[in-house]
Design a protein around this ligand. Structure first.
Ligand SMILES: Nc1nc2c(c(=O)[nH]1)N[C@H]1C(S)=C(S)[C@@H](COP(=O)(O)O)O[C@H]1N2
Ligand SMILES: [Mo]
Length: 301
């Protein structure tokens, strides 16, 4: 890819510019080298970023939850190292006027990347601050042109027992499924992520495409996505189906609602020793609380 780009003649560039719109063309030129180099082009979105200190890349890349590989945390990096993330397609289907199977690199050309530094908290009580690279899910949703009866989006992870040894066990029902209400999917904080710390995502963090919903517990942020489906009814999500009294559909970070086996009032930032207080909606209450007005968050956890 990189070579092809370097060798591109100006006549070919003009031809290309004629059939791609300007934005698509600029994005494609900027990401042409993507598969081989790590010089991603993106702008930092400071308004939507926290100024808290970032967790180090090494910590974020070495402590993972990814049950498709293992129930451990420190062995994922090794078990996921051979996951093939190119070529990769993402099927977008259901109640939309523009269903399409996207190649991952087409998504990267279509939607300009932003860097967002977000807090992220696991339901188990650890947290981190990560500079993610991605594009707003809202942009993709608008591109799909949802029909009026589309009320939820379902996300599905790759199901491939040859590549994902954890899928040979039945600790979870595979494939891993997550979901958002359409208004949550359209919220400006909701990010489709392809990279972190200025590089493409490491496999163990959900390459080549994952969701990040920073006000919800980590399990909503589904990894290695192959399908999005727009539907009318609330999807059956993996953790909710596995253990409905422990993991709800909403999974909003909430220090006042305990998990049945532990409190959610505090968290340990990876790399630190003293626990911090967990914040309502993980500190994003000003931006997202309105989505849940009139909803009993103790029952809808
Ligand atoms: N497909 C899939 N996605 C997943 C998981 C998983 O096991 N499988 N684990 C979730 C959980 S519980 C957390 S906390 C985050 C962890 O993301 P990280 O490894 O980038 O920190 O991924 C989420 N996404
Ligand atoms: Mo988690």
């Amino acid at each position: 890819m990189a070579k092809e780009h370097d060798d591109m003649k100006s006549s070919e560039i003009t031809d290309k510019a004629l059939y791609l719109n300007r934005r698509e063309f600029i994005a494609s030129a900027a990401t042409a080298a993507l598969s081989t180099k790590s010089d991603l082009s993106y702008a930092r979105n400071s308004d939507l970023s926290t100024s808290e200190g970032q967790t180090s890349f090494d910590v974020v890349a070495n402590y993972n939850n990814f049950y498709e590989f293992s129930m451990g945390k420190t062995d994922i990096i090794d078990l996921a190292k051979n996951l093939r993330v190119r070529p990769w397609t993402v099927s977008v289907e259901g109640l939309i006027n523009n269903p399409r199977v996207y190649d991952i690199d087409d998504l990267l050309r279509l939607f300009p990347l932003e860097e967002r530094i977000y807090r992220f908290r696991c339901v188990e009580g650890w947290s981190m601050v990560v500079p993610w690279l991605g594009f707003p899910l809202a942009e993709l949703v608008k591109h799909c042109r949802p029909q009026s009866d589309a009320r939820y989006v379902e996300f599905v992870t790759l199901h491939d027992t040859k590549q994902m040894p954890g899928q040979k066990t039945n600790v979870l029902a595979w494939p891993y499924v997550e979901g958002l209400r359409l208004d949550e999917a359209l919220h400006p904080l909701t990010l489709m992520v392809v990279g972190m710390y200025g590089e493409l995502l490491p496999n163990q963090n959900g390459a080549p495409l994952r969701l990040i919903v920073p006000w919800k517990y980590g399990f909503k942020s589904v990894k290695s996505i192959v399908r999005l489906r727009f539907i009318q009814r609330q999807p059956l999500t993996t953790w909710n189906v596995t253990s409905p009294n422990e993991y709800g559909f909403y999974a909003n970070v909430n220090p006042h609602v305990s998990h049945p086996r532990w409190s959610q009032a505090k968290e340990r930032r990876l790399g630190e020793f003293t626990k911090r207080d967990t914040m309502m909606f993980n500190g994003y209450a000003n931006q997202v609380a309105h989505l849940y007005s009139g909803i009993d968050l103790t029952r809808n956890f």
